[in-house]
Write a protein that binds this ligand. Structure first.
Ligand SMILES: [Ca+2]
Ligand SMILES: [Ca+2]
Length: 495
């Protein structure tokens, strides 16, 4: 009787261990596998938003930022991070404050204000991109309210005069590409989050068609790709992208969406499902889907997220990013590179503060954490975490989803095969506990020497230095099996 009872309990215990992937010490364990049959997903880039406000709006409004900081602080960091693409806002009124003439088909170049002060923020940014060979997506944000582009009121609104809007954008691109020879300009997105304007999908498609035909007329279609839709996550609804996509066959080169719905409480499976759905919608017209903006779901208005300074945000951002890529995303672009004022007239609450690093310390004087800020342009923990992605997932990489037998929970892993033949494995563990992890690749076994990088609380570099490889010699023959600390990111690189 006793023997039977103990056998029963042992069987029950083993069932528990297998169901919940825990070992005999009670540690949860997961085996991530690139299966033989897993298809690679070729990606383009890991990028960031860098809006062109620094040299004009920001330095005029900030309590102590100087134009020189661009070269001394910002440019070296972009180089260190090895940022691969930039999404860049422009506003139509900067360069066409009044209609050039009454003919939307004939641009009077002399009437455009390409020497406007706001444009003096754009050129240094494009110079930097050109120098560093970083492709740029130009994003005219929408129409100027109460202008020849739209009678609507607001900040940036839905264009009503589609041909004038197309002329405005095409003339800018023509000037930047043909006159100023910026070959870094790679894509255009005619409007940020158009679903937020209250526009209907048919109207949006008409705007895109007007732009496409104007770019064709101006012979720019071979220079720029149309990265379209650019919708918000709509709380998880796909109606806008679905309704737009059919009308954009033959017009769009790429489609993208933004998201701020994923947080610490979101299971990885939900993040992946969202991006898989987007990719399937884009695939209906033969296109790839990109994530044009992302952050956490702890949003407070458009300029703050409550978790921005927390260490754990770095793990979340990486978990989001690798989940998008594993689900099929083509590009990802984080909102945004650093904190800055978007207008010289903005009040402090309007300052964009979702960056990898802060502005100068004096800008935060009203904050309770002001005394704890150690320096101007202090980096946030997420700077180190996201940089692991920009440094080690290189343009044109093939990425492989890693499957687990069981529940991904709040973790994920990604296998990356770079063009230089290096293999990279990234594990993000957002669980509140250590995790025993095995990484296996059935397509290419893990052999030889590798480097290991860890994003872990209390072990981050000083200042803006990048995370260095762990000391010691790491070798493997077959598979990696080790404990991933609670709330950390571990990256393995096989050169
Ligand atoms: Ca015009
Ligand atoms: Ca005109």
């Amino acid at each position: 009787m006793f023997i039977m009872k103990s056998q029963y309990y042992i069987a029950l215990l083993l069932l528990f261990f297998s169901l919940f992937n825990v070992d005999l010490m009670g540690q949860r364990s997961l085996e991530y596998v690139v299966k033989k049959t897993t298809q690679a997903n070729r990606i383009r880039r890991v990028g960031v938003e860098l809006d062109a406000h620094f040299h004009y709006n920001h330095v005029m409004r900030s309590e102590g930022s100087h134009v020189e900081d661009w070269d001394c602080i910002l440019v070296p960091r972009i180089k260190k991070m090895q940022v691969q693409s930039l999404r860049v806002m422009v506003l139509p009124q900067w360069y066409e404050p009044q209609n050039d003439n009454t003919d939307a088909q004939i641009a009077d170049i002399g009437a455009f204000r390409f020497d406007a002060p706001e444009m003096q923020s754009l050129y240094p940014l494009l110079d930097l991109a050109q120098q560093m060979d970083i492709p740029v997506t130009i994003v005219p944000w929408g129409a100027t309210p109460k202008s020849f582009l739209s009678s609507k009121e607001g900040w940036i609104v839905q264009p009503e005069n589609y041909d004038e809007y197309a002329e405005n954008i095409s003339t800018l691109l023509k000037y930047l590409i043909k006159e100023r020879k910026y070959i870094c300009i790679d894509e255009v997105t005619p409007g940020n989050e158009p679903d937020g304007w209250g526009i209907n999908p048919n109207e949006y498609v008409s705007i895109c068609k007007a732009l496409h035909s104007r770019l064709k007329k101006d012979k720019l279609l071979s220079n720029v790709r149309l990265n379209l839709i650019d919708n918000t996550d709509r709380g998880g609804r796909f109606d806008f992208i679905e309704e737009c996509v059919n009308g954009l066959a033959g017009i769009a080169d790429l489609v993208n969406s933004h998201t701020y719905i994923f947080g610490y409480e979101t299971p990885t499976i939900d993040i992946m499902r969202w991006e898989k759905t987007n990719c399937a919608i884009a695939a209906k017209i033969g296109l790839r889907h990109c994530v044009g903006e992302f952050g956490s779901n702890q949003t407070v208005g458009a300029t703050r997220q409550k978790d921005i300074d927390f260490y754990r945000r770095g793990v979340l951002i990486v978990r989001n990013a690798i989940s998008f890529l594993a689900a099929g995303a083509y590009n990802i672009s984080y909102w945004q590179l650093f904190d800055q004022y978007y207008s010289r007239y903005d009040a402090y609450p309007q300052m964009q503060q979702l960056g990898m690093w802060k502005s100068v310390k004096a800008d935060y004087v009203s904050e309770p954490y002001y005394d704890r800020i150690s320096s101007d342009y202090e980096v946030r923990p997420q700077y180190y975490a996201y940089s692991l992605l920009t440094r080690f997932i290189r343009p044109g990489a093939q990425v492989y989803r890693m499957d687990v037998d069981g529940d991904l929970g709040f973790t994920n892993a990604l296998c990356v095969r770079n063009k230089d033949k290096s293999y990279v494995y990234i594990v993000a563990n957002q669980e509140g506990e250590d995790l025993k992890v095995t990484l296996r690749n059935e397509r290419k076994s893990m052999r030889g020497r590798y480097e290991k990088y860890i994003y872990q609380e209390g072990c981050l570099p000083q200042g803006d230095a990048m995370i260095a490889p762990e000391q010691g010699e790491f070798r493997v023959n077959g598979q990696i099996s080790e404990t991933i600390p609670a709330n950390s990111v571990v990256l393995y690189r096989f050169p």
